[in-house]
Ligand binder design. Structure first.
Ligand code: ZN
Ligand code: ZN
Length: 263
């Protein structure tokens, strides 16, 4: 499996992806908003885009579908429940479905509600496990729930699915928000040495050569995975004095999400 992360350079800081089979050169385009950059990247590598995946229905993920399909005749894949909100879906996806790309790539669909209620993440197993997580999980952060989502569902997705993936899983999110998210982590957990060390590097990183994190690293720097950290809880109780001394992880997640909305 070859992964090309494509930095759009747009105001929304979107990442698009090409996932290709090294044997056949067939490729899947994930959320190819910047269809021109995606098509140019495929051409440069000699790849043929045969499928398009939308992780969810938001326009900054689906906006390239029309020109991509026109240019490639690729099949469009999305969550089965997003079919009425995304035009022209050829294949509706549910949990456990497998997307085959060429001969060598198999991606398993996870049904990951929270950011929206029709959001698909896909994972690759094998020697180099990887997760393409749209707007559910970001580097050092979590998606918001403002446009059709629910924080409780997002917590459940994090706790019951994402946190259980292998530590070595490479994380490929839909946007580059790492510097701002590390700032939030440090606001919530000022003694997080790893986040503190990373922030200056991430503030000056070129998103066209972005750091690809692992789930193990996320568990160190992503406050939404640090729900039992004593300093996260101490800081949270300053903001919400009614919280018990040892709040349950769900409550911590929901309060963090609430604070992040205004931060
Ligand atoms: Zn979104
Ligand atoms: Zn987005």
């Amino acid at each position: 499996m070859i992964v090309e992360q494509i930095w759009t350079g747009n105001a929304g800081r979107n990442f698009n992806y090409l996932v290709a089979c090294a044997e056949t050169g067939e490729a899947l385009a994930i959320d190819p908003l910047d269809h021109e950059k995606c098509l140019a990247a495929a051409k440069a590598r000699g790849w043929t885009i045969t499928q398009i995946l939308n992780t969810h229905e938001h326009r900054d993920h689906t906006g390239g579908n029309g020109p991509m399909v026109a240019a490639t005749r690729a099949k469009l894949l999305a969550h089965a429940n997003a079919k009425d909100r995304i035009g022209g879906v050829d294949r509706g996806l549910k949990a456990g479905d497998v997307i085959k790309v060429g001969r060598s790539v198999e991606l398993e669909c996870l049904d990951t509600p929270g950011h929206t209620m029709a959001h698909i993440c896909v994972r690759a197993r094998g020697d180099t496990p990887a997760l393409f997580c749209g707007d559910t999980l970001f580097n050092a952060g979590a998606g918001n729930c403002h446009n059709g989502g629910h924080p409780e569902e997002l917590y459940s997705t994090f706790a019951t699915q994402l946190a259980k993936l292998p530590d070595a899983t490479l994380v490929y999110p839909g946007h580059d928000y790492i510097a701002r998210n590390l700032g939030f982590t440090l606001d919530r957990e000022p003694d997080n040495a790893k986040a503190k060390a990373m922030l200056p590097q991430m503030e000056k990183q070129d998103p066209a050569r972005a750091l690809v994190t692992t789930l193990a690293l996320e568990k160190e720097i992503n406050t939404f995975f640090r729900l039992t950290s004593p300093s996260v809880i101490r800081r949270l109780r300053e903001a919400f004095p009614d919280l018990p001394e040892t709040p349950d992880p769900r409550t911590v997640f929901l309060k963090l999400r609430e604070l992040r909305n205004k931060w």
